[in-house]
Design a protein around this ligand. Structure first.
Ligand SMILES: *[C@@H]1O[C@H](CO)[C@@H](O)[C@H](O)[C@H]1NC(C)=O
Length: 334
């Protein structure tokens, strides 16, 4: 029963925000100095963001306000009544109690680097975030998840903390997952676990080597596997290709900052400014000259029939709508 209060309280949190009124916030605005005050126990990153929202807005503050508005409007337009959230739905929301942050991680959207930053921020790792090995950043339990807390503790954090997530153009993310887990994997784990399953299901006379290793799955086969109703009947999608909205529930949790992979450096700097972590730099990868992600996605999709392109677009449509991505121009929709 206690779990049922979750959503009600989330809505309550939104109302509370509207009701506290400009007066309290205005007072806060006067004594703000970006960042450092949370450490002195005064303004949390979330309060700071809403202070900034009240004053004359910088272009960046305005951009983030627009993203929040767009998300809220898209949610009310495109979602119907939904089932209530349970704590285990919040597995992807990581908690930093020291700074009052909630970060919902979406794999293939710089999540390793965000986990590194959170480890450094929360004092669980020391020194330069870039020096934290990826396997350590991903180790289960290294960062607490919101799902680990009691409903009352969850609600308190949902109400008071600054919640953020990072999203990415859905098909670029999907192409990146395919490349990274099947075509040019760092390890054979995904080929063994999912590749063999895909080969078994989709190739009537598969070669024994492919059946054993799952090493040569084509993009079209991967997409056919995603679109096969049996796949999601058996178990939820793996987090690397699960839709961001299904991992982070942006229509039911209030996200204060919607970061985008496409503007990663700016959005990360904005967030770290709110957190007030002097000296902490987001470990941005070196920027490639061209933007290869889009070209690579276009290349992979050119061999896919319009029929499958349309069905795949339908599958990921909510991520396009909620996060303001338009259908890519290379798509041939049926
Ligand atoms: C949404 O996308 C359109 C087209 O790319 C852009 O002009 C607009 O500024 C975006 N809005 C937000 C809030 O990001």
């Amino acid at each position: 029963m206690g779990r049922r209060v979750l959503v009600a309280v989330c809505l309550g949190a939104t109302l509370l925000l509207l009701c506290t009124g400009p007066r309290a916030l205005r007072r806060a605005f006067d004594d703000r100095t970006l960042g450092s005050s949370w450490r002195r126990g005064m303004r949390s990153p979330r309060q700071l963001l809403y202070d900034l929202d009240q004053g004359p807005r910088s272009p960046l503050v305005e951009l983030h306000r627009q993203r929040r508005d767009l998300l809220r409007r898209a949610c009310s337009r495109h979602t119907r009544r939904q089932r209530l959230l349970r704590p285990e739905d919040l597995r992807h929301v990581l908690v930093d109690d020291a700074h009052g942050l909630l970060y919902c991680y979406v794999p293939k959207v710089a999540c390793t680097n965000w986990k590194r930053v959170l480890l450094a921020l929360s004092g669980r790792a020391h020194g330069d975030p870039r020096a934290i090995p990826a396997h350590e950043a991903h180790a289960p339990g290294r960062l607490p998840s919101l799902a680990d807390f009691s409903p009352a503790e969850i609600n308190r954090r949902l109400r008071d903390y600054l919640a953020f997530l990072f999203v990415r153009e859905p098909f670029e993310r999907l192409a990146s997952a395919y490349r990274n887990k099947f075509a040019r994997p760092y390890s054979e784990a995904f080929q063994r676990r999912y590749g063999t399953r895909i080969v078994r299901r989709l190739r009537p006379r598969a070669h024994p080597d492919a059946l054993a290793r799952g090493h040569d799955v084509r993009f079209a086969e991967f997409l056919a596997y995603l679109l096969d109703p049996r796949t999601r009947r058996d178990e939820p999608f793996n987090e690397h290709w699960e839709r961001a909205h299904a991992l982070c529930h942006p229509c039911r949790l209030r996200y204060d900052v919607v970061g985008k992979f496409e503007t990663l450096a700016d959005d990360a700097a904005f967030l770290l400014g709110l957190v007030g972590a002097p000296g902490l730099r987001f470990p941005a990868p070196p920027r490639p000259k061209a933007d290869p992600a889009r070209e690579q996605a276009a290349l992979l999709f050119q061999d896919i029939s319009p029929f499958y392109q349309q069905r795949l677009f339908d599958l990921y449509k909510m991520d396009f709508l909620l996060f303001n991505y338009s259908a890519p121009s290379y798509l041939r929709l049926s």
